[in-house]
Design a protein around this ligand. Structure first.
Ligand code: PM9
Length: 470
């Protein structure tokens, strides 16, 4: 018998709270018939990235660029200064990054991977190692295209979906130090630190860990660059779980965390609450000069970097809104609500619940489907077929191939991610999603795996096509 679903307040033994906003504009969505969904899935080659958005009912493909902007951000859109050079919106953005993240120099980019490209090309020498707290798809690709060798130095707990470590994003300092000793500090380009860690399930890095990492890197003269894409969410977990931070604001925690790093890159489409945008920020003047010069080659002038003036204005305002404590609490609270519902039915997913989504554990969901038959991809396809809910594979397909051997990389985590867009869906949508997952879970024994029939060279998960194995 399923246990009774409780309100958030009942679960936590206090009065319920709600999102600190109300809805002013709505976008209709509709659920296709099962037959139409079957056809759409077939046409999309069983890859949820290849579905048309209008064929999706509840879209949890990604939390990237899918958030709802506020009335203040939309008002900011009207203040766009579309001058080619020196747009006033750039200076507003620069000021917001300096104020809230604390870095000195800011380079705008069209989105996160634009920033990853510039940083990787500017600071990695071919053959150098780039240790990081788990890979991210676009990040590692840009590091590899610059000639770098990514080395995973996250703590072992991160690779275990059932381990309840409160900071599964932490760097294993012993692993890092052995790498430094093995290859020499001069062969480490920088430490690539992500907060939170997307591929581990949105898991945070503790303040204690980044502080200790800073000390270790100072001893060897190694720089730390931060993927700040979901740092507001990381700051929330520090406030909640780490001693000495309960009374500090998200803004204070964010700034302290960034102070232990030498710079950051950002996909503003996530934590900064905009539909497009990114930036790169560093403290080193010389590196800034290099990056500012490179941005004009690949992105656009150094005062727009691929964004329009209005995009930059919405982004500057988004940064201010995203550091508000009540916003972040509601954001992570909604993700947890979905996790709590799934727990009622003992559905396997990554624990503790991370900042931006629920990551179903496809290995335990479909133990009869071998990893080479893509269980997480299968689960994403089955969920769409069952309910019109769109999710994303984060397992063997996302991991790609080893550039040396050409074989699949086989990550320990074989996950199907339901990423929750910011300020978009209601608790009722989460109820529908939970019930859809339950229906797929109940039918799990009938599921069969997939075969990959088209595989592009780069970031294959975006465009690969599959067929069911009969
Ligand atoms: N993340 C996501 O859905 C969007 C596309 S990749 C599936 O999670 C991190 C931690 C990210 C990220 C994008 C990028 C790249 C960098 N770091 O998508 O280029 O999660 O803005 O950012 C996606 P852009």
């Amino acid at each position: 018998m399923p246990r009774t679903v409780k309100t958030m307040g009942q679960q936590f033994g206090r009065r319920s709270w709600a999102e600190p906003w109300k809805i002013k504009m709505v976008e209709p969505i509709r659920l296709l018939s099962r037959e139409e969904r079957e056809r759409a899935l077939r046409e999309a080659g069983y890859n949820t990235f290849l579905l048309r958005s209008e064929d999706v009912y509840i879209d949890l493909l990604t939390d990237s660029g899918t958030g709802a902007m506020s009335d203040r951000q939309w008002a900011g859109i009207m203040l766009g200064d579309e001058a080619y050079a020196g747009s006033r919106n750039f200076y507003h953005l620069e000021e917001a990054v300096r104020t809230y993240y604390g870095y000195r120099y800011v380079v705008p980019t069209h989105q996160g991977r634009g920033a990853e490209h510039l940083l990787s090309q500017a600071v990695i020498k071919p053959g150098q190692y780039v240790p990081g707290n788990m890979y991210f798809t676009t990040t590692r690709l840009h590091q590899e295209l610059a000639g770098g060798i990514f080395e995973d130095v996250i703590i072992d707990e991160a690779h275990d979906p059932t381990n309840l470590h409160p900071f599964k994003g932490d760097v294993d300092l012993d692993k890092l130090e052995s790498l430094i000793r093995r290859v020499g500090a001069e062969n480490i380009a920088y430490v690539s630190l992500a907060g939170t860690v997307n591929m581990a399930g949105g898991q945070p890095v503790s303040m204690g860990n980044v502080r200790a990492l800073r000390e270790l890197c100072d001893r060897y003269g190694i720089r730390i660059y931060l993927d700040a894409t979901r740092m507001m969410e990381n700051a929330f977990f520090i406030q909640e779980r780490e001693e000495g931070y309960a009374d500090k604001s998200i803004a204070e925690i964010l700034k302290e965390f960034c102070s232990y790093t030498d710079g950051a890159w950002m996909s503003a489409k996530k934590d900064n609450l905009v539909n497009i945008g990114g930036w790169l920020a560093v403290n080193d003047r010389e590196l800034f000069d290099t990056l500012r010069n490179m941005v004009v080659v690949y992105e656009g002038l150094h005062t727009y970097g691929g964004m329009s003036g209005r995009d930059m204005e919405a982004l500057a305002i988004g940064i201010e809104e995203a550091v508000q404590d009540d916003y972040v609490r509601a954001r992570v609270g909604q993700v947890r609500y979905l996790g709590d519902l799934l727990d009622n039915w003992d559905i396997p997913f990554v624990k503790p619940v991370g900042g931006h989504g629920i990551f179903l554990d496809a290995k335990r969901f479909y133990p009869h489907i071998p990893q080479d038959q893509f269980p997480a991809q299968t689960l994403a396809a089955e969920l769409y077929r069952e309910s019109g809910v769109r999710s994303m594979e984060r397992g063997i397909v996302s991991a790609g191939r080893d550039p040396k051997t050409g074989d699949h990389r086989r990550p320990a985590l074989e996950l199907t991610r339901l990423a929750i867009p910011r300020r978009v869906y209601t608790q009722a949508h989460m109820d529908v999603v939970a019930e859809a997952i339950k229906a797929v879970y109940d039918a799990r024994e009938q599921a069969k795996g997939l075969r990959m029939v088209y595989e592009p060279k780069y970031l294959r998960f975006f465009q690969a096509r599959f067929e069911p194995i009969e």
